[in-house]
Design a protein around this ligand. Structure first.
Ligand SMILES: Cc1ncc(COP(=O)(O)O)c(C=O)c1O
Length: 447
């Protein structure tokens, strides 16, 4: 049993109950987890019992500072009181109506007022669904089928967007000017490849080439404004503006996937931060602070495809009352004091980023780091990293080892080799102090 505030130097957690539970669950749930990335925790996933604020506790009673935040959503930390009250209140009045309700109107209005491109919106449950909804609207609106997607970007787990998400070596990606389209998962029909065009991120010339070649068939350019699933890769100055111009001139719908950046980089997302307004965008994670809620929206003329029902859009759990009630309370907290949450998380993220960088370098680790506002990650390579191919030269095993050693001492960050640190409104300076103390020990233990 480990408590962080009274931790002993180099104390390593005993996680034997997690290990036993993992052996048991595998007999019933395939692979022992609900989603593949949860298996990236080496040597076995940790089983958690409770979370509050910036910390959570596993079944062995060990306490962790959480920088994964449920793969991103918990921007306000675990179980904030105001969100518990909102969920409880709604549960007393019904968990689902299968029909519209007044709070749904209020939250849709709030979101339309916050997200710059939203003239009209619709709710979904997951980011994956909302991305597909936006793509369908874009295809219907333009009468075209293909999409441009950037190498290394993740937009959900379904067939048409799992192309060229991960490659183990640069060789697999093929020539930069004509990337090989890689199917990430067995079981995906190769027929999806015909409608996906892959280009490297941050390369306007490559986008221009693709549009010159196939623009009359391209319905949408889908991108995260900041790549967040290959580590953090910010857009070069002028890149998003260039995408905006090229797509506008060629009747291509520009879609920003703000599943990670939405409500996190700024209240109005990365589109507000960079001042570039897409035609459609998608949000999810942070607005529900852990409740399943997502949505998409944008230009009214494109969303008319939904209004008119020419595009089918459905979902039993869309605008679920409990998720909406929690989102309503979360939006109030995120909006208060003129951006106080954003100032807090960015200040702590800067402290954490520079503290980790100093420790890594002092211990002889070659690394570089990217950050936009509170969102940052490290690459164990010299850098700079401007596109996915740059990330593949990093020492992926070492970064995994370092973070494993941190996790064994109570610092839990995103378990994938693609390093991303999420900081919440509940994190404190004391959390950062403890994290840096543990990082120093972890780097030495990782060798
Ligand atoms: C940028 C991005 N888009 C889409 C998705 C898919 O969202 P979900 O897991 O809610 O389906 C994710 C999930 O991590 C994401 O990071």
């Amino acid at each position: 049993m480990g408590s962080l505030d009274s931790r002993k130097k180099n104390q390593v957690y005993d996680t034997s109950k997690s290990k036993a539970l993992f052996e048991q669950i595998k007999k019933y749930e395939a692979g022992g987890v609900g989603s593949n990335d949860r298996l990236k925790v080496d040597p076995y996933p940790i089983f958690f019992a409770e979370g509050k604020g910036s910390r959570f506790r596993d079944v062995d009673g060990n306490e962790y500072i959480d920088y994964n935040l449920g793969f991103g959503p918990l921007l306000l930390g675990h179980s904030p009181d105001k969100l518990i009250e909102a969920a409880n209140r709604q549960l007393q009045c019904g968990a689902d109506y299968g029909a519209p309700f007044e709070l749904e109107m209020k939250v849709a209005q709030k979101i339309c007022e916050i997200i710059p491109c939203f003239e009209l919106m619709r709710f979904n449950t997951t980011g994956t669904e909302a991305v597909q909804s936006a793509l369908r609207a874009a295809r219907a609106f333009t009468g075209k089928n293909k999409i441009i997607k950037f190498e290394g970007e993740y937009h959900g787990w379904v067939d048409n967007v799992t192309v060229s998400y991960i490659a183990n070596t640069v060789d697999l990606l093929g020539p930069r000017e004509n990337p090989t389209k890689l199917i990430f998962s067995k079981g995906v029909s190769p027929s999806v490849l015909q409608d996906v065009i892959i280009v490297p991120f941050n390369d306007l010339g490559a986008v221009e080439e693709a549009v010159k070649r196939e623009g009359d068939q391209i319905a949408a350019l889908l991108t995260e404004p900041i790549v967040s699933n290959a580590g953090i890769i910010p857009p070069r100055p002028g890149f998003l503006e260039g995408l905006r111009k090229i797509t506008a001139e060629n009747n291509i719908v520009l879609i920003f996937d703000e599943v990670v950046t939405g409500f996190r980089i700024a209240l109005g997302g990365a589109q507000q931060h960079f001042g570039v307004t897409p035609d459609l965008s998608v949000f999810a994670k942070a607005v529900g602070n852990g409740m399943p809620i997502s949505g998409f929206g944008g230009r009214a003329d494109i969303m008319e495809e939904i209004v008119s029902q020419r595009v089918m859009h459905a979902g039993t759990y869309n605008s679920n009352p409990v998720s909406i009630a929690v989102a309503d309370a979360a939006l109030d907290l995120l909006s208060q004091d003129n951006g106080a949450v954003y100032r807090h998380i960015t200040r702590l993220a800067c402290r954490l980023q520079s503290g980790l960088e100093e420790i890594y370098r002092r211990n002889g680790i070659v690394c570089c780091t990217n950050r936009v506002e509170p969102l940052f990650g490290f690459f164990f390579t010299e850098g700079p990293v401007h596109e996915y191919r740059d990330t593949l030269s990093q020492d992926a095993e070492k970064i995994q080892r370092v973070r494993r050693e941190m996790r064994m001492r109570g610092v839990y960050s995103k378990p994938t080799p693609r390093d991303v640190w999420y900081v919440s409104a509940a994190h404190t300076d004391q959390d950062i102090d403890i994290t840096l103390e543990i990082a120093e020990e972890a780097v030495k233990a990782a060798g």
